[in-house]
Design a protein around this ligand. Structure first.
Ligand SMILES: C[S@@+](CC[C@H](N)C(=O)[O-])C[C@H]1O[C@@H](n2cnc3c(N)ncnc32)[C@H](O)[C@@H]1O
Length: 304
């Protein structure tokens, strides 16, 4: 995922509605009693002036268990729903990522739970999934190294139901989250605790058709430059690889040739600033750097 997209893209715009109704916005922000008409979802959304409108809608959807389009038609909001919404909005204002508050987020054709145990899946990760799909036919054995919430491993299993999918994860908390997501999605992915290839069964050596990974690739110096909601809420181990940022990718590049089947493919996400270095690291696999939709170096692809 790109450094920018580790930053939730949240332009803190004031909604036009709240500009038109400043007293309502003030009343809401100060926690004053809302009048009966403001208990209507449309008016309540318009009364929140300090969160982007789409965030207000998403948090209200979470609080009311109603889809956003229904809220936009105007439905009554109960006291309990209002209290739940206010609690969520307060946490958002304090910097908690929107997706952690929503808890369940879509990832391509599946849905995953996200919380502080794992990184929030970014849109480019889905792009990587598409790249991986294009790069291989029907993989029989796939690995996802550093699976986090399990999003990518689960999407692969969903796309290739006959494939055996292994996912490894060094953080026991993230591994537990990935297992919960696999269970909830009813997808049979083997989530293994441990370091990169360490927990993969030996008999798979030389037999893996597809390896994907979105490893940590920030340097220790770069963490300070992250926005607060990323730096303070998402797991550091998901972001920082070590002093240079290349440490985890270097291990993956050195070990992948031993695990890939002849013709097998590896697709890893990389730092936009490290394209040339990654081509060099993955040279034994003919490493080619691809750009993301924003035109930045973002993936390295190699073949055994
Ligand atoms: C950038 S996150 C990616 C999470 C998920 N795959 C995604 O794309 O959204 C990197 C993940 O790798 C895990 N990780 C870091 N170092 C690892 C290692 N040496 N072995 C296995 N997992 C590791 C982190 O705990 C984190 O969950």
């Amino acid at each position: 995922m790109s450094r920018e997209s580790r930053v939730p893209a949240v332009p803190f715009l004031t909604s036009a509605a709240s500009l038109l109704c400043p007293e309502r916005s003030r009343a809401f922000q100060e926690g004053s009693e809302l009048s009966q008409d403001q208990r209507n979802s449309v008016d309540l959304i318009a009364s929140v002036g300090d969160l982007p409108r789409h965030e207000t809608e998403r948090l209200l959807s979470k609080a009311t268990h109603r889809p956003r389009p229904e809220l936009l038609l105007g439905v009554p909001i109960t006291d309990t729903e209002l209290a739940t919404f206010e609690a969520l909005a307060t946490r958002r204002r304090a910097g908690e990522p929107l997706q952690y508050l929503e808890e369940r987020i879509p990832f391509g054709p599946i849905e995953v739970t996200v919380d502080r145990r794992g990184l929030i899946p970014r849109p480019e990760t889905g792009q990587r999934c598409a790249l991986a799909g294009d790069a291989v036919g029907e993989p029989q054995v796939s690995l996802d190294l550093g699976t986090g919430s399990g999003n990518l491993a689960l999407a692969l299993k969903h796309a290739f139901p006959d494939a055996v999918v292994y996912a490894t994860e060094i953080s026991p908390e993230a591994a537990a989250l990935a297992r919960e997501n696999a269970r909830d999605a009813n997808l049979d992915v083997n989530v293994l605790d441990g370091d990169l290839f360490g927990p993969i069964p030996e008999h798979l050596r030389g037999n893996v058709d597809l390896i994907v990974s979105n490893p940590p690739y920030l340097s220790e110096a770069e963490i300070g430059g992250l926005p607060e909601d990323v730096r303070d809420h998402e797991p550091r181990i998901a972001l920082v690889a070590g002093p240079t940022g290349d440490e985890v990718l270097a291990v993956i590049a050195s070990k992948a040739p031993g695990w890939l089947a002849p013709g097998g493919t590896i697709v890893c996400e990389i730092s936009e600033f490290r394209g040339a270095a990654m081509e060099e690291l993955f040279a034994p696999l003919g490493g080619e750097v691809r750009k993301d939709l924003a035109g930045k170096d973002r993936f390295v692809i190699g073949r055994a």
